[in-house]
Write a protein that binds this ligand. Structure first.
Ligand code: SAH
Ligand code: TYD
Ligand code: ZN
Length: 409
């Protein structure tokens, strides 16, 4: 049975290619003893628009359910990501924020990981962040934050109060926004005539090539490609003028948009578009093949964990990521297979993971008594984590990876 929905970009027909079934909110960590019957579930399924090729969820979760005072994701948890954003901020300072009193706006600044660099450099800036808890963390560092969802009216209000922005930036945020038309129409107003809108998000081609299916969850409404972003930009009088592939979070692309005609597109745009054509990433057949690879990972991981349990091995999860919610809930991986999940984020510790309710514990509980196996849910930070967990390996511990396939290292 084929299922369809209406495209959030162009009103075309979206055809489903994978159904993850009933899923909880991926960042909703429960307080033990709280009313589990109130836990929110929805059907997580994904499809592609036949008209504009935008890959998107079949159903939207109301934004207030996801982004609120208690939103637990803190961007500054990764040292590698801090360096990543510092490099980007420095580049913007030297290439774009060069005029008199330049102004930069960040959509989804979280705890201020990027804006901190602009603030320290004395650059006029504003973060727009709806999740109160993380917005307060940014404000406490001296960053200017407006606690709201970025959308058309908010952009108009910022324009009135502060004037045009030379740079509008968003990392791992634009793909979270189903009402993206309102965001882009706001960007079009707020962006200075010669300014740039730069955003970076998980890249469809990397997700398909690496079978990194766990990038698909409630918050990640869109999976962008150069093709779909170019189409979307043009509908709003913007042009895709640069693309850059990034190694972070398992593979992302940084897109640069400018007002149409304001800048000459770099050759990288045409090159990436051509590569996407060669890889057929927007073909339903390719995406259905991706779905088959996902099913294999689910089968292999469940089999491995059941075997390890039968052998009496201790398995602990590493990183209570939003991504892990999909794999644990689809495979039914609960505390009987994974004892607890180690995580350095204070707001997740002492809570239970969404849906399957595995306890989240501070890192000390991992290092005080190493398990036989660590299931690396934060696989996108593998390099950073492996580097600091050499003692675990030395003690005989092994890592279980499930992207691009299930293997033990
Ligand atoms: N930029 C950070 C945070 C990414 S998490 C990083 O890359 O690490 C996504 C963030 O987007 C969350 O903090 C969430 O509260 C915020 N967000 C969600 N919808 C938004 C909207 N409409 N406008 C601005 N921020 C939004
Ligand atoms: P991340 O993969 O960045 O994002 P998402 O939640 O969107 O899937 O989340 C990484 C999680 O792993 C976060 O909760 C912090 C945790 N973490 C550790 O516990 N130790 C570490 O060394 C790192 C880098 C992350
Ligand atoms: Zn469409």
């Amino acid at each position: 049975m084929s299922r369809t929905s209406c495209c959030r970009i162009c009103n075309g027909t979206v055809t489903e290619f994978f159904d993850f079934g009933r899923q909880p909110l991926s960042d909703c960590f429960l307080v033990p003893g709280s009313a589990v019957e109130k836990e929110f579930f929805f059907r997580l399924a994904i499809g592609i628009c036949a008209e504009c090729s935008m890959v998107q969820l079949m159903r939207e979760v109301p934004r207030e359910h996801m982004f609120h005072e208690d939103y637990p994701y803190h961007s500054s948890g990764s040292v590698y990501m801090r360096t990543h954003f510092e490099n980007l901020a420095k580049r913007l300072i030297s290439t774009e924020l060069t005029g008199d009193s330049p102004f930069a706006v960040e959509i989804g600044c979280n705890d201020g990981i990027m804006l901190q660099v602009l603030a320290d450099a004395g650059i006029r800036h504003l973060g727009v962040e709806p999740s109160g808890g993380v917005a307060d963390l940014a404000a406490a560092k001296g960053i200017r934050v407006r606690k709201s969802f970025f959308e058309d009216e908010v952009a108009a209000d910022i324009l009135e109060r502060e004037g045009h922005a030379d740079v509008i930036y968003a990392a791992n945020t634009l793909c979270h926004i189903p009402y993206i038309g309102s965001v882009l129409s706001g960007v079009t107003k707020l962006l200075a005539p010669g300014g740039v809108f730069v955003f970076e998000d998980p890249y469809l081609a990397d997700i398909v090539a690496r079978t990194s299916f766990d990038q698909i969850y409630d918050e990640h409404f869109f999976l962008f490609s150069a093709q779909s972003v170019q189409f979307m930009a043009r509908r709003h009088g913007l042009e895709l003028v640069d693309v850059e592939r990034l190694p972070v979070h398992g593979g992302e692309v940084r897109y640069t948009l400018a007002h149409r005609g304001a800048r000459e597109p770099s050759p990288a745009v045409a090159e990436l578009l051509a590569e996407e054509q060669r890889m057929s990433i927007s073909d339903l057949v390719t995406l259905e093949g991706f779905g088959e690879n996902v099913q294999k990972i689910f089968r292999d991981l469940t089999t491995l964990l059941l075997e390890l349990k039968a052998d009496g091995k201790r398995v602990v999860g590493y990183g209570a990521t939003a991504k892990s919610s999909v794999v644990t809930n689809f495979c039914g991986i609960g505390p009987e297979l994974v004892e607890f999940v180690s995580d350095i984020t204070p707001s997740k510790q002492g809570r239970l993971t969404p849906g399957v309710h595995i306890p989240v514990r501070p890192h000390e509980e991992f290092s005080d008594a190493y398990p036989d196996y660590a299931l690396l849910f934060a696989w996108n930070h593998a390099e950073e984590i492996m580097e600091k967990e050499q003692e675990f390996r030395a003690a005989g511990g092994k890592w279980i990876m499930y992207v691009p396939d299930v293997h033990v290292v």
